[in-house]
Design a protein around this ligand. Structure first.
Ligand code: IMP
Length: 420
């Protein structure tokens, strides 16, 4: 079976810690979309490690980690990430497998990402500028280079053809110079990439499924950043939802088992775009400060707001979530009251549907509230410890979404996770 774990908001839900916790139940962890725009934070004892392209199972001996065909790889940042993890004693050459079909991010993709954001001005997406969008555009435009291509004799010639195409689009000599200055590192990193196991991952994964192995597919970003169902056009360029694992790994839907959906107890968003429950006030600042809400990849301050049950229910429906996991619940410990949005008022009409035109509709969130927790969640160690106010909060979530809350994370420590 393949279970999947994914974010139900705008990314940064704390997926890294939960994959790390669930990893013991699986033999294989596989990434199926996204690339170095992701940042999955793990705490190993007191050491903080942020993974970008590499799956979060690498610190578990015996687990094999797959980078699927749906992922886009920047060889330069990938090499740096590999070196950091290897310095911690992990043998990535033994425990990591890379699909030959995964697409490569070229230096000129990063230049195109920057140029595109500059051209959009005020309307910019707030991209991480890692070249993600232009790489997926070349994939669907049928121009892209794939990991398997680096083993071919004509790789450099094919690189040149694609780069020339990009230079024509960029049409400014400064870009040519900038791209050239990145190339030495790029080709060095391509040599480093050749040292790892590059395989036909779709065959390998299906053989493992038939042999009864358990796979956990690890999503990146979040459902509201999905290219089809997110707050378009302020989204990423891949399918971040359950369906993405089928196309991003080559696994048929019949193998899919549990769907672990992760949501923070409140809401954050990094980059531009609609965010109905955003708090542009002291409460938002307080959430950012207590929750250390700064991007794991870019360091940008995250926008903060109350949990949005309308968006969460939509995300549960699109993904077929079987188990909800609420993270960072302890961050609300100091809040005098906690609000949950359970409807939108759009042009004066209330709805519980997530609208298509979230950009132009004027949306007013409608809230219910729970009282201040009578006990700090950070001090709770099991379900019987949880204060009644918090139980009321999780009841509101599961009654609204019709999905049970299975786990609550109440601190950064590996042990701070309560099973409900
Ligand atoms: P891109 O994927 O870098 O093109 O960025 C598109 C949008 O998705 C921007 O608003 C980014 O801030 C956001 N984004 C991309 N990756 C992540 C992530 O891993 N966590 C949170 N937001 C992300």
């Amino acid at each position: 079976m393949v279970d999947v774990l994914l974010g139900l908001q705008w990314g940064d839900e704390g997926k890294g810690k939960i994959v790390d916790f669930l990893a013991k139940n699986y033999q294989i962890i596989a990434r199926f979309q996204g690339g170095p725009n992701a940042g999955h934070t793990l705490y190993l004892d007191d050491k903080k490690v942020v993974l970008h392209t590499i799956p979060s199972g690498v610190f578990h001996p015996g687990i094999l980690n797959v980078i699927g065909n749906g992922v886009v790889i920047d060889p330069v940042s990938f090499q740096a990430e590999c070196e950091e993890i290897e310095s911690l004693g992990v043998d990535l050459k033994a425990c990591m497998l890379i699909s030959e079909r995964a697409h490569l991010i070229l230096p000129s993709h990063k230049a195109l990402d920057k140029a595109s954001e500059l051209a959009k001005g005020q309307q910019k997406i707030g991209s991480t500028l890692k070249g993600i969008g232009p790489t997926y555009m070349d994939k669907t435009g049928r121009n892209g280079l794939r990991v398997g291509d680096i083993l071919k004799a004509d790789f450099k010639a094919r690189y040149q053809v694609l780069k020339d195409k990009h230079l024509q689009i960029l049409n400014q000599p400064e870009w040519a110079e900038e791209i050239q200055s990145w190339e030495a590192d790029f080709f060095k990193a391509i040599e480093a990439l050749k040292q790892y196991q590059i395989i036909a991952a779709e065959y390998w994964l299906n053989e493992q499924l038939i042999a009864g192995k358990r796979i956990l597919a690890e999503g990146a970003q979040g459902t509201m950043l999905d290219i089809d169902f997110g707050t378009y056009p302020f989204v990423t360029s891949s399918n971040t939802i359950t369906a993405g694992l089928c196309t991003g790994l080559g696994i048929a839907p019949k193998w899919v088992g549990k769907v672990f959906g992760i949501s923070k107890a409140y809401c954050t968003r990094v980059g531009s775009g609609p965010f109905p429950t955003e708090l542009l006030n002291e409460t938002g600042d307080q959430l950012r400060a207590i929750g250390h809400e700064f991007g794991a990849t870019t360091g940008r301050p995250r926008r903060c707001g109350w949990i949005d049950l309308v968006a969460l229910k939509y995300a549960c429906m699109i993904n077929g979530v079987t188990d909800l996991i609420i993270t960072k619940a302890d961050i609300l410990d100091e809040m005098p009251e906690v609000f949950l949005c359970n409807a939108y008022s759009i042009n004066g009409v209330q709805t519980q549907h997530f609208p298509y035109d979230i950009i132009n509709d004027s949306i007013e969130p409608v809230y219910v509230k729970t009282e201040k927790w009578s006990k700090a969640l950070s001090s709770c160690t099991n379900v019987d410890d949880l204060p009644e106010e918090f139980n009321a909060f999780t009841r509101l979530i599961s009654d609204f979404t019709k999905v049970k809350v299975s786990f609550v994370s109440n601190g950064v420590g590996r042990h701070q996770l309560i099973t409900l």
